[in-house]
Unconditional design. Structure first.
Lengths: 404, 234
């Protein structure tokens, strides 16, 4: 079945929190400077070198007492982004809520960690004392849906509310689900994107798979040696088109696929990645030559980057400017789709193409326009963001200005 | 290290748990949750007479909670390195990924989570996908039991259900897009207010089996703002 052409949908607000700090301006400043925010992990002890994009604890607000049962690192990261006054996401949600009514605003949030960090702490306490800590609440902290439920309570919304959890592609799958909710007429606006927080499980887990770099990650580099984890929130308010939103950046389309290959390794020829990118183009009617920039998934593992670049070349050829930004803030896993969607939107709004922080020498096997340094003062019309998850889940999102 | 017998799996031998669509090496490493999801998915596709090259939606509240539990126990005792197999089997989309690999489909796999309303949300996502990307898809809703230490009061029988859904077809049962409506009386929340969302499929399944005709309004999820859908039986 040929992909249905979905109407462009405005992103009326977005907000981020990550190792750069809180707010899209901080992220933009770091993209411009190209300064890596990766540092040795502080949140917990590990006995191997691990550089992470960790958020300074003092930047994470406390939840209101009435919502204390939801309190986790994950929800505090979400709240930090939501509260940033310059990003104005909270105000935009409130505006949509008043315009359309509480039942018409959805929440579709990507996460892979949710409150696992608090569950780890609870198990540690249990091992010492035989008791779970009194403030530990499995339903409101651990469950995959917990951060979405926190946002629903915090913003007093009553529309469809759920989590999407497809590992490293979680929040881009969430954005695609949000797009469909609006297109189907079930919602008029959806708070989407995703949030993930640092925890021992992911760092130790990826280490056990020998995928963690012992130095800050160097995506796309010929000497790349694995990932650096990060944490953060990348939240977007997606809405149905209205006349006053024609000046916003829009989600134009998306593509999804599976690798059907292996639970941890991507298809070596990037066939699933290529299929996702191709579907995104066909859904929008754009062609390769239209794409001004691709924000690659580019985790810094040997296999991901090689597979992705093979898939990219098959669909977009060799001339499309592209870069990986995980060298700045780390691989934020379930939040990566949301944060990198915001980066793809910042590229459009601020007329720049981000570079690849950490890259010294591009892998000579890649025949592509890989950007090392950020380029500014450009006309940027269409950007693509790729995110691929464990188990072979592939997504590609396309952003641009409304062409209505 | 000797393979530990999973007693909970053997207790389900009589329920026809049959994840044989998974190759043996893959199958041995999977949780009860994944095996139940895949059994249901395989059965639904057999029942529908479709191939397995379909987009799929997997919905679970707890996901791979038993695997996560074992990893958390290892973390609490600082037993490192973690098992890489346990780690890659702890992601919420484990069942979805294993399914796509086993049946060799490159169609998209969605993995979602709600609470009691997982089945209703899965049907809503299915309706949205059928309105845009596809004419046929697979919906799987599943949960295994949870570790007793985490929620002692929960009654949480493991259960999975799967449906093959397609665009409207006049001589097949048809389900409307689900909607939410305030309950006529405020729901009294039980002490542990969550239940396996797959069990919410029972009214639908019973109606389908009953031979009834006509339009029926079914409740798909409990709560103070429950989900409903209309089922039209030809």
């Amino acid at each position: 079945m040929p992909p249905t052409h979905l109407p462009p949908m405005p992103i009326t607000a977005s907000a981020s929190a990550n190792a750069c700090g809180v707010g899209n301006q901080r992220l933009l400043d770091v993209i411009r400077s190209g300064q890596s925010q990766l540092r040795p992990v502080r949140l917990f002890e590990v006995d191997f070198p691990a550089f992470t994009g960790e958020i300074n604890d003092h930047l994470l607000p406390a939840l209101d007492d009435s919502l204390a049962r939801f309190s986790t690192r994950n929800t505090r990261i979400a709240l930090a982004a939501l509260n940033d006054p310059t990003d104005g996401l909270r105000a935009a949600v409130e505006h949509a809520r008043q315009r359309y009514g509480v039942h018409r605003i959805g929440i579709v949030l990507g996460t892979s960690t949710s409150g696992i960090y608090e569950t780890e702490n609870a198990y540690i306490a249990h091992a010492e004392t035989g008791l779970m800590p009194p403030q530990y609440d499995f339903v409101h902290q651990h469950l995959c849906v917990a951060t979405a439920y926190f946002l629903r309570a915090e913003l007093q919304l009553q529309g469809p509310c759920y989590a999407v959890s497809t590992a490293c592609s979680s929040s881009s799958n969430a954005i695609i689900s949000a797009q469909r909710l609006i297109h189907a007429g079930i919602c008029d606006a959806v708070l989407t994107g995703g949030v993930d927080s640092l925890c021992r499980m992911t760092l130790q887990g990826f280490k056990s798979l020998d995928l963690v770099s012992d130095r800050p990650c160097t995506p796309l580099d010929r000497n790349r040696s694995g990932i650096s984890l990060g944490e953060g929130a990348g939240l977007l308010l997606l809405e149905r088109q209205q006349p006053e939103y024609t000046g916003c950046v829009h989600l134009l389309g998306a593509g999804e696929s599976s690798d059907a290959h292996h639970i941890t390794a991507p298809h070596p020829e990037g066939r699933g990645a290529a299929l996702a990118m191709d579907r995104a183009l066909r859904q929008t009617g754009l062609v390769a030559a239209d794409i001004d920039y691709v924000n690659l998934h580019a985790t810094g593992t040997l296999k991901n980057d090689a597979a992705e670049m093979t898939g990219l070349q098959a669909v977009l050829g060799t001339d499309t400017p592209c870069s990986g930004t995980k060298g700045l803030i780390g691989h934020t896993l379930g939040a990566a789709g949301g944060i990198e969607a915001i980066i793809a939107c910042l590229s459009l709004k601020h007329r720049l193409l981000p570079g690849t922080c950490g890259l010294r020498e591009t892998d000579p096997a890649f025949d592509a326009q890989v950007l090392k340094e950020t380029r500014t003062d450009l006309t940027v019309r269409y950007t693509m963001s790729n995110n691929f998850g464990f188990g072979g889940n592939n997504t590609a999102l396309l952003f641009g200005w409304s062409h209505d | 290290m000797p393979q530990q017998t999973d007693n909970t799996v053997s207790a389900f031998d009589n329920c026809g748990l049959d994840p044989s669509v998974l190759p043996p090496l893959m199958r041995r490493r999977t949780s009860l949750a994944t095996r139940m999801a895949i059994t249901a998915a395989d059965r639904a596709c057999n029942d529908a007479g479709t191939g397995r090259d379909l987009p799929a939606i997997f919905v679970s509240t707890l996901g791979e909670m038993q695997v996560t539990h074992r990893l958390c126990e290892a973390i609490a005792r600082q037993v490192y390195p973690l098992s890489p197999t346990l780690f890659h089997n702890s992601v919420h989309n484990t069942a979805a990924s294993y399914w796509s690999i086993a049946v060799n489909t490159m169609e998209p796999m969605q993995a979602m989570a709600g609470l009691d309303d997982g089945f209703a949300l899965g049907l809503t996502e299915a309706a949205c996908q059928l309105a845009t990307d596809t004419t046929q898809l697979l919906l799987v809703c599943y949960d295994e039991h949870m570790p007793a230490e985490l929620l002692p009061d929960a009654t949480w029988p493991p259960c999975s259900v799967a449906l093959v859904l397609g665009s409207a077809h006049s001589d097949r049962p048809q389900l409307s897009i689900p909607w939410q409506e305030a309950a006529a009386e405020p729901a009294t929340a039980p002490a542990c207010a969550i239940h396996n969302p797959a069990l919410q499929a029972l009214p639908l399944l019973e109606l389908l089996r009953s031979g009834a005709t006509g339009t029926h309004c079914i409740q798909l999820a409990p709560g103070s703002l429950p989900w409903f859908a209309n089922l039209v039986l030809p």
